[in-house]
Design a binder for this molecule. Structure first.
Ligand code: ACO
Length: 357
């Protein structure tokens, strides 16, 4: 069994349509000054016609597979973290699995709102370390623009669309994910939710009329709990990895609100220059925010081989969690199995299955 799981591929996709704060001033009673000072957001991306959580996931997944020198058929498990799936079912992961040709892979979704990516990462890592699979494609993706009430200025200015993906592979080297912690508190669920469209309040003309299929949120309550919970989870994950805060080279937090991110940094006494922030360009993309930020941190040289990385998130549910990992980057030191080796493994599996017992 492998000792650990390491990220060997990563990719992200954001729609080309940009919605600025100035654009929002024409839609609801708000201002660039209010949005910027309360949230740090200047613009966000909005899915275009025909773009959905699965199509954006596929774009991100293809980029991640390319980085990992893998094809769809090499992948053994697809997990999509999302609160805005294409359908209630089938799972968005199944749509992605089919589109990328991951014919050998299992597929399921994880729903823990903004904590979905870290949750999916934890599951994939556990499956790899348990010896169930050798690799997984883990995606965080959202099309929250379709769940927003564009007449509600308290929510519609906050969110954006996009997707990020990571390929995880088994390794015996001491790199990769060193710890993950996950928490939840369902008693606070009603503070941030989409009330209708599920089995409790099925969609009807009346629920649509009353806007119950949109996101509702008690922003102030969410804010207070987010800062404390993210800071606590960060400390717990760092301790579980046997490290201290000083060992962390970069924090990639869920991009919910600049003031939440700053609040977490202050609470931890963590140097602001080591915190990666891109909320100004994307808003809150929920499950997609960490993998998109991870991609940008890498492409801008902020994330380098050997860096100790802290991922930390909080979201609806409530859910929160954190993960510490050592960034390895693309394969060139740790050689991936060749296509021939992968093919021979498939053959071995087939022989094993048909061998008389
Ligand atoms: N433009 C202008 N005015 C606004 C807007 C807007 N877009 N939205 C609200 N206001 C008004 C309110 O109506 C209120 O007016 P009133 O005093 O006349 O009633 C006033 O601004 C102040 O509102 P507050 O809610 O007190 O503003 P606050 O400083 O708390 O900021 C915010 C609101 C940004 C939503 C904040 O509470 C927040 O960020 N909460 C966290 C929410 C979040 O990030 N959720 C995402 C999901 S969970 C996660 O990802 C962590």
């Amino acid at each position: 069994m492998a000792k650990n799981a390491v990220i060997t591929g990563w990719g992200c996709y954001t729609p080309s349509r940009v919605l600025t704060n100035a654009d929002l001033e024409r839609i609801v009673d708000t201002s660039d000054e209010w949005i910027t000072s309360r949230t740090g957001i200047k613009e966000r991306r909005i899915a275009g016609d025909g773009e959905t959580t699965s199509t954006m996931s596929v774009r991100a997944a293809r980029a991640a597979l390319e980085k990992a020198h893998m094809r769809g058929q090499d992948i053994q498990q697809v997990i999509v973290g999302t609160a805005s799936p294409d359908y209630l079912f089938p799972a968005t992961a199944c749509l992605v699995q089919s589109e990328i040709g991951a014919t050998r892979a299992g597929a399921f979704d994880v729903e823990a709102a903004c904590t979905s990516f870290i949750s999916a990462l934890a599951i994939a890592r556990a499956m790899i370390v348990a010896g169930m699979i050798e690799n997984a494609l883990v995606i965080g993706a959202e099309t929250l623009s379709r769940l927003l009430n564009w007449k509600d200025r308290t929510t519609c200015v906050l969110f954006g669309d996009g997707a990020g993906a990571a390929v995880l592979e088994a390794t015996n080297a001491s790199v990769g994910i060193e710890s993950t912690v996950l928490h939840g508190d369902g008693s606070k669920g009603e503070l941030l939710m989409v009330p209708a469209g599920g089995s409790k309040i099925p969609a009807t003309a009346d629920t649509v009329e009353r806007g119950l299929h949109f996101i509702t949120m008690a922003g102030g309550e969410v804010f207070k709990l987010a800062v404390k919970s993210m800071a606590d989870a960060a400390e717990e994950a760092i301790a579980e990895a046997g490290l201290t805060l000083d060992d962390i080279d970069i924090m990639i937090p869920h991009q919910a609100n600049l003031r939440i991110i700053e609040g977490v940094g202050k609470r931890l006494h963590f140097p602001p220059e080591k915190v990666f922030v891109n909320i100004q360009r994307y808003g809150n993309t929920s499950a997609a925010s960490i993998p998109i930020a991870m991609c940008e941190a890498e492409s801008t040289g902020r994330l380098r081989r050997g860096d100790k990385v802290l991922l930390v998130a909080f979201g609806g549910g409530f859910t929160w969690g954190a993960s510490v990992l050592e960034w390895f980057g693309a394969h060139d030191g740790l050689r991936p199995p060749s296509r021939l080796e992968r093919a021979s493994r498939v053959l071995e599996d087939v022989v094993e299955r048909v061998r008389p017992s």
